[in-house]
Design a protein around this ligand. Structure first.
Ligand code: C2E
Ligand code: CA
Ligand code: CA
Length: 654
C-alpha cells in the first residue's frame, strides 16, 4: 500500500514536470523577445546602464533555464526521472525570472517616459496573464509569478505623482488580483485532473497486481499438490507428455511407493502421516537437486524422472534414494521410519507415451513389492503378462458369482486318535471356461480389488447352508477361511449373522479360520470383531500357524479355539518341525486351544503327529477336498470304517 502511494505521488510530480517543461520553450522565447524589446526599443543606442545590466542578467538566467529545459527534454523526458526535482529546478528558474521582471518594472516606473511605462506594463501584464496557462501545474508559482511581476510595479505606479501612472497602477493591481484568482482555480483544476488520471492508472495497476496474484494462486491450486508442493497428477502428466513428444534423449520414470506408511497413518494419525509425506517430498527435492520433474501421484506414491539411460546406474541411484527416504523422521517426540519400493520404466525402450510409462513403472513397483519391500525393480514384459492375467482374473471374478462359476469343496478334518471326521474345511473353487483357477491365484486379487467382501459373503452363506445338509450322527463343524480384509470391514458381523440366520446353522458349529496376518493389522478393531463373533458362539482358528507372526498375548486375549499347524512343519517333522510342533503342543496346553496338523500326506507323518499329541489331522493322506454332493457318501463310508468314538470337536472345544 505504501509502495503504491509513494508511486502515486511520484507519478503526480512527473506529470506536473511534463506540463511545465512541455510549454517551456515558448515561455522562454517570449520572455527573451519581450525583455530585449523593452530594453532596447525605446532608448537604443543610449541604453541605460542599469537596464543593460538587467538585460544581461535576465539573458543569463534565460540561458541557464534553456539548458535545463533542453537537458530535461533530451535526457530525462523518457526516463523514470525524479519529478519532484525537475519541478523544483523549473520553478526556481521561473520565480527568479519573475523577480527580475518585478525589479525591471519597479525601476522603469521611476525612470521612464509615459509611453514606455505604459508599453512595459502592458507587455508584462500580458506575460503575467499568459503565465497562468504555462505554469498551471505548480500552484505556488502560477500565483507568485503574476503577483511578483505586476504588484510591486503597480504599487510603485500608484505611489507616483503622475495621474496617468496612478491610473495604470490601479489597473495593474486589479489585473493582478483577477489573474491570481484565475491562476489559483486553474492550478486546482490541473491538479485535480492529474489526480484523477493517476488514480485511474493506480487502480489499473492494483487490479493488474491482483489479477497476477490470482493467476499465481490458480496455478498453484491447479498444478501443485497442496501438501508437498510437488506437481500434482495433471501438471506432471503435462510435463511428461511434453518430454515424450519433444525430448528424444532417454530417461527413466521412477514409481515410488512408501512401505509402512498406511500403518503409521492409521495408528499414529493423519498429522504424522502428512509430516512423513512432506518430509519425503523434501528429501526427494534434495536428492533430485531440485529437479522440477517430481510429482505426488496420490496417497503415498511419488513419481520422479531420472535423466539417465544406463539401467545399472538407474538402479544404483534408486537404491540410494530408498536409503535416503528410509532414514528415520522425528515427529512429535517419536522417531518414525518408512521404507520405499521403487518400480522403473525406461523411455523410450519400454514405453513412449506418458500413460504407458506410468503404468509400467507402477507395475514394476507392484511386483517388486510382492517380492520384497524396499527394493528396486525394472519393468519387464513378463510383468505385463502377469498383470494382464491378473486383470483378466479380476474382471472374471467380479462376474463369477453371478455366472455360478464358484463352488465349495470340503476337506475333512479328523481326530488324530480315532480318525473319525469331526469337521470339514470349506475350500473355494473357481472354474472359468473349463479352466480351474487355484485359490492361491485369485484370493489375493479378490482382496486387492475389494471383491473379497462379496466372494467371502457368498462362501459363508454357501458353507453354512451346505453344512446343514450333512447327514451325520455327530454335530460336525464347518471351518470357513476368512481374509483379514473381511474382518476389517465393520459389516462383517452382519454378514456372518445373515449366513447363520438363512441356514439355521447353530453358531457353535461355525469355525472362522484367520491367518496370522491379522496380528500385523489394526489389532484393536479386529480383536473387537472377533470377540463379538465369539460371544455369538462362533469359534476361531489360527490358520497356517507358525508361518507368519503370532502374538501369544493376543492369542490368549482372544481365547483362540484352535490352531492349525502349517504344512511346512509337518513336511519337516523329522527335523526341526517336530520340535516346533512339540513346543506348540505345550503352549496349547497352557492357553487351552486345540491343535490341527495340516497337509498330512504320509503314514510316517501321521504316526509322528500322534506321538506328539496333536488333536486333529487334515491332509491328502485321509482325503483330498471333496465335492459338496459327495460329502454325505464320504461320511457314510467313514462312519462304516471307523468306530463311533466320540471325539466331537464341536462339543469338546467348549
Ligand atoms: P489353507 O486355508 O491353508 O487351505 C489348505 C490348503 O492346502 C488347500 O489348498 C488344500 O487343498 C491344501 N491341502 C490340504 N491337504 C493337503 C496335503 O496333504 N498336501 C498338499 N500339498 N496340500 C494340501 P487350496 O484349496 O488350494 O487353498 C489354498 C488357500 O486358499 C487356502 O489355504 C486358503 O488360504 C485360501 N482359500 C481357499 N478357500 C478360501 C476361501 O473361501 N476364503 C479365503 N479367504 N481363502 C480361501
Ligand atoms: Ca484354512
Ligand atoms: Ca492352512
Amino acid at each position: 500500500m505504501t509502495n503504491t502511494t509513494s508511486k502515486f505521488d511520484k507519478d503526480m510530480d512527473r506529470d506536473a514536470a511534463i506540463l511545465l517543461y512541455g510549454n517551456a520553450f515558448a515561455g522562454l522565447f517570449i520572455t527573451f523577445i519581450t525583455s530585449t524589446f523593452l530594453v532596447f526599443a525605446f532608448t537604443y543606442p543610449s541604453v541605460e546602464h542599469f537596464t543593460l545590466d538587467w538585460w544581461f542578467v535576465m539573458t543569463f538566467v534565460l540561458l541557464v533555464r534553456l539548458v535545463d529545459v533542453a537537458w530535461w527534454k533530451i535526457k530525462l523526458q523518457n526516463t523514470e526521472f525524479d519529478g519532484k526535482r525537475s519541478v523544483l529546478f523549473f520553478v526556481t528558474g521561473a520565480n527568479i525570472t519573475a523577480v527580475l521582471w518585478a525589479i525591471y518594472l519597479v525601476h522603469s516606473t521611476t525612470m521612464n517616459e509615459d509611453i514606455e511605462v505604459a508599453t512595459t506594463i502592458i507587455a508584462i501584464a500580458s506575460m503575467a496573464g499568459g503565465s497562468v496557462a504555462v505554469l498551471t501545474a505548480h500552484k505556488f508559482t502560477v500565483m507568485f509569478y503574476p503577483l511578483i511581476l505586476l504588484l510591486p510595479g503597480s504599487i510603485s505606479l500608484l505611489l507616483s505623482d503622475k495621474y496617468n501612472f496612478q491610473l495604470l497602477g490601479v489597473l495593474g493591481i486589479s489585473f493582478t488580483l483577477v489573474i491570481i484568482v484565475i491562476a489559483r482555480k486553474s492550478a486546482d483544476f490541473t491538479r485535480h485532473t492529474l489526480f484523477l488520471k493517476n488514480q485511474n492508472a493506480n487502480l489499473i495497476l492494483r487490479m493488474e497486481e491482483k489479477v497476477k496474484q490470482r493467476t499465481q494462486k490458480i496455478y498453484k491450486l491447479s498444478n501443485l499438490d497442496p501438501l508437498t508442493h510437488l506437481y500434482n497428477r495433471t501438471a506432471f502428466l503435462n510435463q511428461l507428455k511434453q518430454l515424450t513428444t519433444t525430448n528424444s534423449s532417454p530417461f527413466a520414470l521412477l514409481f515410488i511407493d512408501l512401505d509402512g506408511f498406511k500403518k503409521i497413518n492409521d495408528s499414529i494419525g493423519h498429522k504424522a502421516g502428512d509430516e512423513i509425506l512432506r518430509k519425503t517430498a523434501e528429501r526427494l527435492k534434495v536428492f533430485m537437486l531440485n529437479s522440477p520433474l517430481l510429482c505426488r501421484w496420490g496417497g503415498d506414491e511419488f513419481l520422479v524422472i531420472f535423466e539417465e539411460h544406463n539401467p545399472e546406474l538407474i538402479v544404483k541411484n534408486a537404491k540410494q534414494l530408498i536409503d535416503v527416504l528410509s532414514q528415520p523422521i522425528a515427529i512429535e517426540n517419536s522417531i518414525l521410519s518408512v521404507g520405499a519400493t521403487i518400480g522403473v520404466a525406461l523411455y523410450p525402450q519400454q514405453a513412449n507415451t506418458e500413460e504407458r510409462l506410468i503404468q509400467f513403472a507402477d507395475m514394476a513397483m507392484y511386483y517388486q513389492k510382492k517380492q520384497m519391500r524396499s527394493t528396486v525393480g525394472i519393468f519387464s514384459e513378463q510383468m505385463e503378462k502377469l498383470y494382464s492375467y491378473e486383470l483378466h482374473l479380476k474382471n472374471g471374478l467380479s462376474k463369477a458369482i453371478e455366472m455360478q462359476q464358484l463352488r465349495l469343496v470340503y476337506q475333512p478334518i479328523l481326530s488324530a486318535q480315532g480318525l473319525n471326521v469331526v469337521s470339514f474345511e470349506a475350500l473355494l473353487r473357481w472354474q472359468i471356461d473349463g479352466e480351474n483357477i487355484p485359490p492361491d491365484n485369485f484370493i489375493g486379487i479378490a482382496e486387492q480389488y475389494g471383491l473379497i467382501h462379496e466372494v467371502g459373503a457368498w462362501v459363508l452363506q454357501t458353507a453354512c447352508a451346505q453344512a446343514t445338509q450333512w447327514q451325520s450322527e455327530q454335530s460336525l463343524a464347518i471351518c470357513v477361511n476368512v481374509s483379514v480384509i473381511q474382518l476389517q470391514d465393520a459389516g462383517f458381523i452382519n454378514i456372518v449373522k445373515d449366513a447363520l440366520n438363512n441356514s439355521k446353522l447353530v453358531p457353535e458349529r461355525l469355525y472362522i479360520e484367520i491367518t496370522e496376518s491379522v496380528f500385523a493389522s489394526d489389532i484393536v478393531f479386529i480383536e473387537e470383531q472377533i470377540k463379538q463373533l465369539q460371544t455369538m458362539g462362533i469359534k476361531v482358528s489360527i490358520d497356517d500357524f507358525g508361518s507368519g507372526y503370532s502374538s501369544l498375548s493376543v492369542m490368549q486375549n482372544l481365547a483362540v479355539n484352535m490352531v492349525k499347524i502349517d504344512k511346512s512343519f509337518v513336511d519337516n517333522i523329522d527335523c526341526h518341525g517336530g520340535a516346533i510342533i512339540s513346543a506348540v503342543m505345550h503352549i496349547a496346553a497352557t492357553l487351552g486351544f486345540l491343535v490341527v496338523a495340516e497337509g498330512v500326506e504320509t503314514e510316517a507323518q501321521a504316526d509322528a503327529l500322534l506321538k506328539l499329541g496333536v488333536h486333529y489331522v487334515q491332509g491328502y493322506k485321509y482325503s483330498k477336498p471333496i465335492e459338496s454332493k459327495q460329502v454325505n457318501d464320504y461320511l457314510k463310508s467313514n462312519f462304516n470304517l471307523l468306530s463311533t468314538d466320540s471325539n466331537k470337536i464341536a462339543n469338546s472345544t467348549e
